[in-house]
Write a protein that binds this ligand. Sequence first.
Ligand SMILES: Nc1nc2c(ncn2[C@@H]2O[C@H](COP(=O)(O)OP(=O)(O)OP(=O)(O)O)[C@@H](O)[C@H]2O)c(=O)[nH]1
Ligand SMILES: [Mg+2]
Length: 234
Amino acid sequence: MAIEEELAGDLIAPGGRLVLKHSGTLLGAVWTGFVGKDLFLYGPSGAGKTSFIKYMVTSARANPSEDRELTRRKRNRYFSAFRISGNSDQTVDIRRLRDRPGNSSGEIHGVEFTRERPHHAVVLLDATLPFSSKNGDSISKYLTDFWGELRRGNKELSKKVYRVWIIVNKIDQIKSSKTERLMTKLNKLLGDLTIGVILTGRVKLRPCSLVEGPEWEAVSDRLLNDILADMVYP
Ligand SMILES: Nc1nc2c(ncn2[C@@H]2O[C@H](COP(=O)(O)OP(=O)(O)OP(=O)(O)O)[C@@H](O)[C@H]2O)c(=O)[nH]1
Ligand SMILES: [Mg+2]
């Protein structure tokens, strides 16, 4: 039987973004395992990793007023195919979409990243944290600690990792002028951090908000589409 027949009609998520989910069939699993990419999430607790995955798969927006559940262990979602909007023929196979607990440090996540070497990584940052702080959590501390491990990381990284998205989430919580300043600072920090490092040129920086509202939905939809389109390469 053709692979397409095997996959067809498996599941369409309510949001329609997840067009096929073929973990149910062995052939589908083998197929996606073969061609599919790994997309793994990193970032501090509360940045929105679980919300981001939920949004990817179901199109549901984050609802900050709901009780939230801390992620307590790594969790993989296997074998998902995503449609790129505006191009109904083009799908992207993701063999593993991995969520993880945020309540550890940038260092630990950096070590995990170096070990896991996903094809695509999303590092979600929390725009509501201070950019820097003398003795508390901050955006620059997480990123510097994460990247410190990559410096010590190895050439193997560049063989596997195609893209690292640094995404500043929750920009609905701060003024647009502050978002602009934050992006400028982060751009500079990333420039400093990636000097001489193996992943130079593979890092993209973007703002995001996962909440409802036309303004934010446009931002996150465009971002997700760019992430998916970026996954299509020979
Ligand atoms: N205002 C706002 N809230 C958001 C956004 N994204 C997520 N949230 C909320 O932030 C809280 C934390 O989101 P999670 O997705 O649980 O964060 P996480 O990174 O998975 O956290 P851990 O599992 O602890 O690592 C939830 O209440 C979400 O609804 C956003 O863009 N804006
Ligand atoms: Mg979580």
